[in-house]
Design a protein around this ligand. Structure first.
Ligand SMILES: Cc1ncc(C[n+]2csc(CCOP(=O)(O)OP(=O)(O)O)c2C)c(N)n1
Length: 556
């Protein structure tokens, strides 16, 4: 068979080192699946395109490379939007290959037309706002150049979308040189770095430096360089809530999470610091809540792909592994005697009101999970009170990734993303997804995909029969007069066990049952499922809630 556009695309993906394409099949993307059959790349069929997109996102986050998602036209394409939006906001490199009706029918009433012609939806405009690059490939000859542009844009941080009409996917593409990707470009701002260096040098002579590190450290695979720089500067290190894995949580210099799910140790360190060095985060509200006043009184320097939302002495760097490595080497030669750093085991959890409802408490259950996870485990936390509890309480295992989707904060992200990560790892490590029952109802049916592929993944669902974060808000901000967000009880562990007879699935109702059930889940070779009963009225470790509570107690 002559080489088609679809074959070229799959080979390009393979050349980039990507081993899986996630998607849902359909008439306008089936040529891609046909090309996959004869390739080294595995096609994975998800249950929903949102989750296919988050699989590609999770795959990209654990490989620090590219994730690829494929969808058909119409509803399939539309379902991608929310997933790509997360990758856009969190700057995760994802290539989306989106089928379109045949060009001859576009604007002529084609089924699922989104050419923008004759009153149809314009997919270029739609995807243009959730991608760094979006192009309709009108002819086979355009494809090689479009792929290079798309991948280059994705590498700058975010999705790139190629809209591929059916006839273009089928068109022959002989006598074209093989796909070759230009090397990554590295951009840094030398004068900004000079200013950052000067600020660091001045601060070292007057006091202590505190680093707040963010998600770009993980994207650029710069954990080792961050650790070396922290040592060279004798700095303590806090992390943005979506970057808890960029610094060893067991290191004595770790001072916890910054912002609305943060730890008092980081606040205390900043209070006595001479300078705060922000690395690879723009310090969005979730990462700086409660710290604005402190930061206003400090010298703040930053290094990263984009400047923080508040003003700092900033140096742009598109690759922190290079920039942080250089800074570490420079400052190492002048390293001073080390001060005693606080003991990481002493991180103080936020105090929450005692809850006396059914089930387990967040702190105890998250700490039990944390203690059971071997090094190298990847953890994906979902939204809601569950997500806040995990971000705050979990000590992230060494050598694994910790991901929480704070770009868009969409419920259900963790199911697909965790599955994408499990595909990327090929074992022997395990992926653990921790989500609320509300998130489960949105995208938890991807358990089916994990069962189909026998992935080493454990789904932990905290079942409080509620959208508890919304319940908390009803209580704190709307006088607790009603609840739209509490639901009749459902038995998720039993339900999943009945659906998938070969899947180890358990329900935990008391603290005493947790360790054993968890042990069984983690000892399984393939997927496993654990439902944990929780209290919809427990207030999570989330400072906006705790501050409201405190204020309401002061002024009854
Ligand atoms: C897709 C989406 N819709 C709505 C929201 C708003 N929201 C934030 S948390 C939450 C409830 C989450 O419920 P659940 O997943 O059960 O977690 P819990 O808060 O109960 O721990 C809602 C509806 C959201 N974040 N994402």
């Amino acid at each position: 068979m002559p080489d088609r556009v679809a074959d070229y695309l799959v080979r390009a993906v393979s050349t980039l080192g990507v081993r899986h394409i996630f998607g849902v099949d359909g008439a306008n993307i089936e040529d891609l699946y046909d090309a996959l059959f004869d390739s080294e790349v595995t096609g994975v069929v998800a249950k929903h395109e949102f989750s296919a997109a988050t699989m590609a996102d999770g795959y990209a986050r654990v490989t620090a490379g590219l994730g690829v998602v494929a969808a058909t036209s119409g509803g399939g394409a539309m379902n991608l939007v929310a997933g790509l939006a997360e990758s856009y906001a969190s700057r995760v490199p994802v290539l989306a290959l989106v089928g379109q009706p045949p060009t001859a029918l576009e604007g002529r009433g084609a089924f699922q037309d989104s050419s923008g012609r004759a009153g149809s939806i314009d997919a270029v405009r739609l995807f243009g706002s959730v991608s760094r690059y979006c192009a309709r490939v009108e002819t086979a000859a355009q494809l090689p150049d479009s792929v290079v542009r798309a991948v280059a844009a994705a590498r700058r941080g975010g999705p790139a979308v190629l809209l591929l009409p059916k006839d273009v996917q089928q068109a022959g593409l002989d006598a074209v040189p093989p796909f070759r990707m230009p090397p990554r470009s590295y951009r840094r701002d030398a004068s900004g770095l000079t200013a950052v260096r000067a600020a660091l040098t001045a601060a070292r002579s007057t006091g202590k430096i505190v680093i707040i590190a963010g998600d770009q450290v993980a994207r650029d695979d710069a954990r080792n360089e961050l650790a070396r720089l922290a040592t060279a500067l004798d700095a303590t290190v806090g992390v943005a809530p979506d970057a808890k894995d960029v610094y060893d949580n067991f290191d004595a210099g770790f001072c916890g999470v910054a912002g609305s799910m943060g730890h008092p140790e980081l606040t205390a360190d900043l209070r006595s610091a001479a300078l705060c060095l922000v690395i690879g985060t723009r310090l969005p509200v979730t990462a700086r809540a409660g710290l604005d006043d402190l930061l206003a009184d400090l010298t703040v320097a930053s290094v990263g792909i984009a400047p923080p939302y508040r003003s700092t002495i900033h140096a742009t760097s598109t690759d922190l592994s290079i920039t942080l490595g250089e800074l570490a080497d420079e400052f190492r030669s002048t390293a001073m005697e080390s001060h005693a750093a606080p003991d990481a085991s002493a991180l103080t959890p936020l105090q929450v009101p005692t809850a006396d409802g059914p089930g387990l408490r967040y702190r105890e259950l998250v700490e039990t999970i944390g203690a059971a996870l071997p090094e190298g485990t990847d953890v994906f936390a979902d939204a809601g009170n569950t997500g806040a509890a995990v971000v705050h309480h979990l000590r992230v295992p060494r050598g694994g990734r910790f991901v929480v989707a704070l770009g868009m904060g969409g419920m259900g992200y963790a199911f697909g993303a965790g599955i994408g990560a499990a595909f990327a790892r090929h074992g022997p490590g395990r992926t653990v997804v921790i989500a609320g029952d509300g998130a489960f109802y949105m995208h938890g049916m991807e358990v089916h995909t994990a069962v189909e592929h026998q992935l080493p993944i454990t789904f932990v669902v905290l079942n409080n029969n509620a959208h508890a974060m919304c319940v908390t808000r009803e209580q704190l901000y709307y006088r607790d007069r009603y609840s739209f967000n509490r639901f009749r009880p459902a038995f998720l562990g039993d339900g999943i066990a009945a659906m998938f007879p070969d899947l180890p699935a358990y329900t935990v109702r008391t603290p005493a049952e947790l360790a054993e059930a968890l042990g069984r889940c983690l000892a399984t070779a393939g997927p496993s499922f654990l439902a944990i009963d929780c209290d919809p009225d427990e207030i999570p470790p989330f400072t906006p809630f705790l501050t409201t509570l405190e204020n309401s107690r002061r002024t009854p």
